[in-house]
Design a protein around this ligand. Structure first.
Ligand SMILES: Cc1cc2nc3c(=O)[nH]c(=O)nc-3n(C[C@H](O)[C@H](O)[C@H](O)COP(=O)(O)OP(=O)(O)OC[C@H]3O[C@@H](n4cnc5c(N)ncnc54)[C@H](O)[C@@H]3O)c2cc1C
Length: 547
């Protein structure tokens, strides 16, 4: 291995670096090698049969859409054939309020309800005016250009900080429209406050706020007004047939077919830097591998504090990386193998709730998730954390479980890995599994502990142990907020994927994001930066697309 010559060495084969590696190998014509510390590539694109034999669960990302992978779908015609297939749900989001389980709020998916009219009728049961406001948000996102601006933003290298990105340009124009639902003040408000100014129905506010609280916006912090759009975009989410690891398989197969090489169970410890230029990597076993270009697919902390070191970085950069927060986005992500999926009491009114991707089982208070977040910020666990769940059975995706059975992904939020000892986590995990089943039982009486065949309980303790880049157990690597997203992600100096002070070194990973998730954009944008610097092929220009 040490004798081999590579143009590019890549640190880690996760959902971002793998995509950079694929583009460099295929369109860039470079000889690329990935070094991955786990037994296989894919990182958080991971699905395993751990809950019970024959049942597959996504351990680290599950909600995805085909638009997360648009560049790959355009640039690699075999991507879909090799396993990147998606399935949708009739209902995108639903909510059952625990005190009235016979009632529900159902938000249909975009695929089932492209005009939004069916969903508007559901919302109108609570408030006619809210239904109208919902339709205005829906129009702006799906029909007045917000979706296109989002795609352009998340698949383009961030502009310099003083220039607007495509989404900022869109907002500037949109806010001039007389029918705009948002205004600059609403955008500055928190999601809870802007929700109270926009919607009458606490049920609608509670559902949408809890969606966002689980993704990336703390509902009580400023700059939450745009969260109403993000929640709207969730109507377009789906999942990967057979599990998200199939995306990894498709990308790896393309990479290898184009001549790419990888080594698993090889942990990188250092980037070799000579005269301010990256020359290769050193593994934990001491092996050195040289490359003209080094790509890190890791978190900013490993990149700065482990791979590069203080001597090569400006003090300001060093300090800023150290100040990046990663204490908020902790989830319990359990997949249950079940004899059957939930059948909701509320299905008597609207049977479509049984086809919901995510059902929130809630108290119906719009600040429920904000209160939970406050407690966690103080290091305390809320007594009864809100549960949401996502089913599959053979009608939804027959590849994930034996015929007649079901799987149920269930989520609550929690505290960082270090807040409990291993023994305490073990006890907590058992208690949490029971809490989840008890809460779901309120909404769907057919689910009880006897329905459970097995469970894969995955929380910050497991996530932090498995992923060096998510060391605190943070699902998004770095907590997203307006100061760590887009042109500022993860810090201004690194946002365009180059690492000032170290020539030929590029950074990517979840933290380089305008959209924190398992989408492929950060990896694609990193290739764009390298293609600019080394004059490589640019498929987006050849195919004349805006991103
Ligand atoms: C429980 C959970 C649920 C989630 N749910 C969703 C969801 O539903 N939808 C969604 O879009 N996103 C979801 N996410 C978020 C998303 O999966 C991650 O933010 C994203 O995939 C991280 O991508 P990455 O490339 O930065 O890291 P990873 O995919 O983790 O890749 C990093 C890779 O680098 C390797 N590595 C680390 N250190 C080294 C080293 N020193 N040397 C060599 N290799 C190394 C790791 O083993 C790993 O393979 C979830 C995350 C978690 C944890």
């Amino acid at each position: 291995m040490a004798d081999e010559k590579f143009d590019v060495v890549v640190i880690g084969g996760g959902s971002k670096a793998l995509v950079t590696a694929l583009y460099l190998q295929s369109y860039g014509g470079m000889k690329v090698c990935i070094f991955e510390r786990m037994h296989e590539l894919g990182g958080a694109w991971c699905s395993i049969e751990r809950l019970a034999p024959g049942f597959i669960g996504d351990t680290h990302s599950s909600t995805m859409s085909d638009w997360y992978f648009l560049p790959l779908l355009y640039d690699f015609p075999k991507f879909e054939e090799y396993g990147a297939k998606f399935f949708g749900y009739k209902v995108g989001l639903a909510q059952v309020i625990k005190s009235k389980p016979e009632d529900s709020l159902v938000i249909y998916s975009y695929f089932d309800d492209p005009s939004g009219e069916k969903t508007a009728k559901e919302i109108a049961r609570y408030s006619e005016r809210d239904a109208e406001t919902f339709l205005k948000f829906d129009d702006a996102h799906f029909r007045l250009g917000r979706r296109e601006a989002l795609l352009e933003t998340i698949f383009s290298i961030a502009p310099p900080p003083e220039e607007p990105d495509p989404m900022e340009r869109w907002y500037k124009d949109y806010l001039k429209r007389p029918d705009a639902v948002l205004d600059p003040q609403l955008i500055l408000m928190s999601m809870v406050d802007s929700g109270r100014a926009l919607f009458e129905s606490s049920e609608y506010r509670a559902l949408m706020t809890s969606v966002i609280a689980r993704m990336d916006i703390n509902p009580m912090k400023p700059l939450g007004g745009t969260g109403w759009f993000i929640a709207q975009g969730r109507r377009e989410n789906n999942r990967v047939v057979g599990g998200t690891h199939n995306i990894a398989h498709a990308v790896i197969r393309l990479f290898v077919e184009h001549g790419g090489k990888f080594y698993s169970r090889r942990e990188v410890d250092k980037i070799i830097i000579e005269n301010g230029t990256a020359k290769g990597i050193r593994l934990t076993d001491g092996t050195e591998v040289s490359g003209r270009i080094v790509v890190s697919g890791q978190d900013p902390y490993q990149l700065a504090f482990r791979f590069i070191g203080k001597e090569h970085l400006e003090r300001k950069v060093w300090m800023k990386v150290g100040a990046l927060d990663r204490s908020e986005n902790m989830i319990n992500w359990y997949t249950f193998a079940l004899h059957e999926i939930p059948r909701y009491t509320a299905a008597a009114r609207n049977p479509d709730i049984d086809t919901a991707q995510w059902t929130h089982i809630a108290n119906g208070e719009d600040d429920e998730m904000a209160k939970e977040a406050c407690l966690r910020y103080a290091g305390l666990e809320p007594p009864c954390p809100q549960v949401r769940c996502c089913p599959t059975d053979s009608d939804i995706d027959p590849t994930r479980q034996p015929p007649g059975k079901g799987t149920l992904l269930v989520e609550t939020l929690t505290l960082p890995k270090t807040f409990r000892s291993e023994r305490e986590w073990l006890k907590y995990k058992m208690d949490m599994a029971r809490h989840m089943i008890n809460e779901i039982h309120i909404a769907a009486p057919n689910i009880r502990w006897e329905s459970v065949i097995g469970v894969d309980s995955n929380g910050p303790f497991d996530i932090g142990n498995r992923h060096l880049n998510m060391a605190t157990g943070n699902q998004l690597v770095v907590d997203p907020n307006p100061a760590t997203k887009g042109k500022f992600a993860p810090i201004i100096e690194w946002a365009r994927h180059r690492i000032p002070g170290v020539k030929n070194l590029y950074g990517t990973g979840s933290a380089w994001s305008s959209f924190h998730s398992a989408y492929c954009g950060q990896g694609y944008k990193c290739y764009k930066a390298i293609a600019e610097d080394f004059n490589l092929r640019k498929p987006w220009e050849e195919k004349n697309r805006p991103w």
